[in-house]
Design a protein around this ligand. Sequence first.
Ligand SMILES: CC(C)(COP(=O)(O)OP(=O)(O)OC[C@H]1O[C@@H](n2cnc3c(N)ncnc32)[C@H](O)[C@@H]1OP(=O)(O)O)[C@@H](O)C(=O)NCCC(=O)NCCS
Length: 147
Amino acid sequence: MIIKPLHLPTDSNELVRLHLSINGEDTDENVIQFYLEYGGDVWVVHFEGKIIGFSALSKCLWNKISIIEGMAIDKKFQNRGFGKNLLDFVVKHAKHRGDRFITVQTATWNKKGIKFYEREGFVSKIVFEKYFGNEIDMVWLEMKLNE
Ligand SMILES: CC(C)(COP(=O)(O)OP(=O)(O)OC[C@H]1O[C@@H](n2cnc3c(N)ncnc32)[C@H](O)[C@@H]1OP(=O)(O)O)[C@@H](O)C(=O)NCCC(=O)NCCS
């Protein structure tokens, strides 16, 4: 696998396709624009000539916190360590730029995602109930990077 910065417009269609396959109808057609506007750090995972994963990182400037806005591996390529490699890369990037913490939010039903982050050293800190005004509860996970 190779992790590369998002290259537009070349990567655009494949990234939207990947997003659709993970998030289905919740995918906003402007998803790439959203990620770029809210941070600018978007990476894609290339494997066997295809894009099989991505991650987007934004930053809360005043308190030096990196925020994972999105991270996913194509279903067909999950459980092979690609996610771990991508997360390691993102965490290293956040640490290298001097951020104090890295955080991510995901729905409490996403047991696999929560386990994935916790295995890497993230700690579940707080649950926001009915986050979107519906039944979805969100958990905030974080990992300390630098003092
Ligand atoms: C969460 C997500 C990114 C993990 O990606 P992944 O590539 O499957 O992650 P990994 O392969 O590193 O680890 C997943 C499992 O595979 C196992 N694994 C890793 N390499 C393996 C290998 N070579 N052989 C067998 N199992 C392996 C890991 O031990 C882990 O097992 P566990 O869940 O029992 O602990 C992926 O499931 C995903 O895209 N989910 C949907 C989107 C999402 O929830 N994103 C996170 C919230 S923002």
